[in-house]
Design a protein around this ligand. Structure first.
Ligand SMILES: Cc1ncc(COP(=O)(O)O)c(C=O)c1O
Length: 365
């Protein structure tokens, strides 16, 4: 059976991108964000590839994601970025040797229910300005007291998250880093600040630990830098195929709502991929795809199982031809902008109907 839609994930690209991060932040340890099924790339294969390439730790959002990795025998340290939400989760986190990010006093109360002998590893998350999760910076002395009173708890470090790291002109990032550093002046423990954008654009955010996600999947997190210019290789290629090529006269309309009107007699290609696969209905006419290595635009609304293309640039295109929706030569971050979204959302939005294929070193399945 030929799959309609295939996401091919090149795990050697993920490993290569880890090396790019290491080159950018040579003095930092790397905690790789593999939450949300490794940004839709497949949690277990990506985690295994990163582990084989010597990543220092992995980060997931929640306990279920960590358990999936432990059940697949991933041994690397794993941090729970949102921490635990019940005493059962706290106990399991200790049992599975997870690093628990603690962002609020209610979580401390949960962890206090653990037996006193529990060897809990934790990060404290501080709010330096994102105002989503994290203790106020003024809580640092109190948190230090908490640690002194619980000698079996091991502090992995202090972390914070940047709100505008992808805005090179913003002074808010410098403010956040300055406030975080000042609050921790003289306080023992490792520091972690930068996500992908932070570690690339803000040298001060390359602290003891960096926490890249997007860059590992080969996308640029910065509007003014391409992935290629950063040396990053796209890890995912999303492909479907042409299932019809038909000619229409000038003035004829294509698809739902008749949104696209043919400006001339022209070939229209129908591709077997739609919003039920994760291709957003918000994509505008003009969104590029690759057919026979050539960029051609969407022409008409995305429907559940199909999209339609203006094939004038490749009139020789035929049924069966491969259509690349993003990947090498067509960055997902560029495609995403045509639906007013970001590559993160495209990757995470792929549905169960998409067939995944993971290539290991040297292109092997
Ligand atoms: C706390 C935290 N750190 C790091 C990351 C990785 O961010 P990015 O994928 O932008 O590198 C995320 C992702 O949202 C995050 O929530």
């Amino acid at each position: 059976m030929i799959p309609r839609v295939t996401a091919t994930v090149d795990l050697s690209a993920v490993q290569h991108n880890l090396q790019v991060v290491r080159t950018l932040a040579p003095r930092s340890r790397v905690m790789a964000a593999v939450k949300a099924a490794a940004y839709g790339h497949g949690a277990v294969p990506v985690a295994r590839a990163l582990e084989a390439a010597g990543v220092d730790a992995l980060a997931v959002a929640c306990l279920e994601e960590a358990m999936e990795l432990r059940q697949a025998h991933v041994q690397a340290p794993i941090a729970l970025l949102e921490g635990v939400i019940s005493s059962e989760e706290a106990a399991l986190a200790v049992y599975e040797r997870l690093q628990v990010v603690v962002h609020d006093h209610w979580q401390l109360a949960l962890l206090d229910e653990l037996p006193e002998s529990s060897r809990l590893s934790l990060w404290f998350k501080l709010d330096s300005g994102m105002h989503r999760l994290g203790f106020p910076l003024s809580d640092v002395p109190q948190l230090q007291r908490v640690l002194r009173e619980r000698p079996n708890w091991k502090l992995c470090g202090w972390l914070t998250h940047l709100a505008c790291a992808d805005e090179p002109g913003s002074d808010f990032t410098a403010q956040q880093i300055g406030a975080f550093d000042a609050a921790l002046q003289g306080v023992p423990g490792a520091r972690s600040i930068g996500n992908s954008a932070g570690l690339i654009a803000w040298p001060q955010a390359r602290a003891d630990w960096v926490r890249p996600g997007l860059a590992l999947y080969g996308c640029s997190p910065l509007p003014d830098r391409s992935a290629q210019s950063l040396g990053l290789r796209p890890a995912m290629k999303l492909e479907s195929r042409l299932i019809a090529v038909r000619w229409f006269e000038a003035g004829e309309s294509i698809g739902y709502g008749r949104r696209y009107r043919c400006p001339a007699r022209m070939p229209i290609g129908v591709v077997a991929v739609g919003y039920a696969d994760g291709i957003h209905r918000a994509f505008a006419d003009g969104t590029p795809v690759l057919v026979q290595g050539q960029r051609v635009p969407f022409a008409g609304r995305v429907s559940m199982d199909m999209i339609t293309l203006d094939l004038r640039a490749v009139p020789q295109a035929q049924v069966g031809d491969t259509v690349q929706l993003w990947g090498p030569g067509l960055p997902a971050e560029e495609v995403a902008a045509h639906a007013d979204t970001i590559a993160y959302e495209l990757f995470c939005g792929l549905t169960q109907r998409v067939h995944f294929r993971h290539l290991h070193a040297a292109g092997e399945d």
